[in-house]
Design a protein around this ligand. Structure first.
Ligand code: SF4
Length: 122
């Protein structure tokens, strides 16, 4: 997991990273993070939502937490909220990925030289 987190460039741009959410176990200083993100330990969705509103990587955070079924509050959403939209969200991501693939194919086809029309002789 540690290796995977390090590959997530977006996490290091997040507000909660500054507070230690993604490095909780490393630093041990996570009281403030728990107060915001973990409901059972004093966190509240409203408080987290307000906090996450100002985060520049909220979209990436939501995608990650939804795909990997993370616990606690991510991107200002609870597990319950994410599970309600998960199937729809995954379908939408797939649809968008397919649409982008089609777009790439179209762009690539512009590089293929077009045949010149035959010129009539005489
Ligand atoms: S949206 Fe919230 S939970 Fe997600 S990375 Fe940003 S601050 Fe952290």
């Amino acid at each position: 997991m540690e290796q995977f987190i390090n590959k997530q460039g977006w996490m290091q741009k997040s507000l909660c990273y500054l507070l230690g959410k993604t490095s909780v176990k490393r630093h041990g200083d996570y009281r403030l993070v728990d107060d915001i993100f973990f409901i059972g330990q004093g966190g509240s969705p409203k408080r987290a939502e307000r906090f996450c509103t100002h985060c520049p990587v909220r979209k990436e955070c939501f995608a990650y937490a939804t795909l990997y079924k993370e616990t606690g509050i991510w991107a200002g959403t609870t597990e319950e909220m994410r599970s309600l939209v998960r199937d729809y969200y995954l379908r939408e991501l797939t649809r968008q990925a397919l649409a982008e693939k089609t777009l790439e194919t179209r762009e690539a086809s512009e590089w293929i030289p077009k045949r010149q029309p035959l010129q009539s002789v005489g």
